[in-house]
Ligand binder design. Structure first.
Ligand SMILES: Nc1nc2c(c(=O)[nH]1)N[C@H]1C(S)=C(S)[C@@H](COP(=O)(O)O)O[C@H]1N2
Ligand SMILES: [Mo]
Length: 337
């Protein structure tokens, strides 16, 4: 299968699906589990928060999340003059290969992901390693709302109101040792129940792995998200705990995290393992460094259709240069893509 390299102005979904390109379609056939994980339930406390955004499918959410709502700092960081992506698009056009390779698979298979109970392991070069039940892991932190652009390497983008807390707050708690230079993240492996992990034919060697340099992780823009649109994170968006690193391509923002390790060496990430010449460790959004098979100069802002493609210029560091450019001073971003 060959994918036509699109001209930037004409980039459509059918032209740019690079991550899918590598996966055996067959790996996902027969594994689909019908039904949504989102059980709409009425209730006063949460409805108030989800109603900040129109058409949000409100759910009660677990107790640990409910307890955070009253103290949440709403809208600490916003995207000025850009519309927030409708909830429907943000929750039905997803990349989450554990739940299937097509954009609609993660929402259709969302109920296959069991998020309770959930625990997170912290290990490696830290003074305070441990395994935490999710509610204990979240307890020390205040939630903030952060409205960020999300730019996928496939040249589409959204604007999403996340709820979460900075990685730096966690790092302060667990105290990396002087040997720690990178932070490595792992997603749940549950080959029996996650349709995208069921087959041994797929090219992804589970678990999905991502990583950041420690100073990148300490940047105030890097957050763990546990909610979006005023409600708990839907499963297809990486419940119960995911990374959001808005100046990098979306594949860095790893979903459904079960393990966080502080390490000395640069971790080998999932997309590097699949195609190192196309997906680098840094993956900073950069309109001047094209993907080998298509331009990164422009992007489709969702929702986008054939007659209203909603194409816009890609911004350096996805528009967050003031906050993050200094992390890469003196680095050749063509070499470190
Ligand atoms: N574990 C895991 N995390 C993942 C992915 C994945 O397949 N598995 N896909 C990534 C990609 S390519 C993107 S663009 C974003 C999409 O996030 P969203 O579906 O919430 O918009 O999640 C990222 N995190
Ligand atoms: Mo992506």
């Amino acid at each position: 299968m060959l994918i036509k390299v699109p001209s930037a102005s004409a980039c459509k979904e059918s032209d740019v699906t690079p991550e899918e390109f590598y996966l055996s379609r067959r790996a996902f056939i027969g594994g689909s589990i019908a039904g949504l994980a989102l059980a709409a339930a009425p209730g006063a406390a949460f409805a108030q928060d989800a109603s900040r955004y129109p058409d949000v499918q409100a759910v009660e959410g677990p107790a640990w999340f409910q307890q955070k709502l009253p103290t949440t700092q709403w809208q600490a960081v916003t995207v000025k003059g850009e519309a927030i992506t409708p909830f429907k698009d943000a929750t039905h056009y997803n990349n989450f290969y554990e739940l299937g390779a097509d954009k609609g698979d993660p929402s259709a298979n969302a109920s296959a992901l069991k998020t309770e109970p959930w625990s997170v392991v912290i290990d490696g070069e830290v003074a305070k390693p441990g395994r935490y039940a999710l509610e204990d892991f979240i307890k020390p932190y205040e939630l903030e709302e952060r409205i960020y652009r999300l730019r996928c390497v496939e040249a589409w983008s959204m604007v999403i109101p996340w709820m979460g807390f900075p990685l730096s707050a966690l790092l302060k708690q667990v105290q990396p040792t002087s040997k720690a230079k990178y932070i490595r993240f792992e997603t749940l492996v549950d080959r029996k129940d996650l349709p995208g992990q069921q087959s041994s034919f797929g090219l992804i060697n589970w678990p999905y792995v991502e990583g950041l340099r420690l100073d990148e992780a300490m940047n105030p823009l890097a957050i763990f998200a546990v909610g979006m649109y005023g409600r708990v994170l839907p499963n297809q968006n990486g419940a119960p705990l995911r990374l959001v690193v808005p100046w990098k391509y979306g594949f860095k923002s790893i979903k459904s995290i079960v393990r966080i390790s502080l390490v000395e060496e640069q971790p080998k990430t999932t997309w590097q393992s699949i195609a190192a010449d196309e997906y680098g460790f840094y993956a900073n959004v950069n309109p001047n460094v094209d993907h080998p098979r298509w331009s990164q100069a422009r992007e489709r802002r969702l929702p986008s259709g054939l007659f209203s493609p909603n194409v816009r210029d890609t911004l350096m560091f996805n528009g967050y240069g003031d906050e993050v450019a200094s992390l890469y001073a003196g680095m050749d971003l063509r070499v470190n893509y």
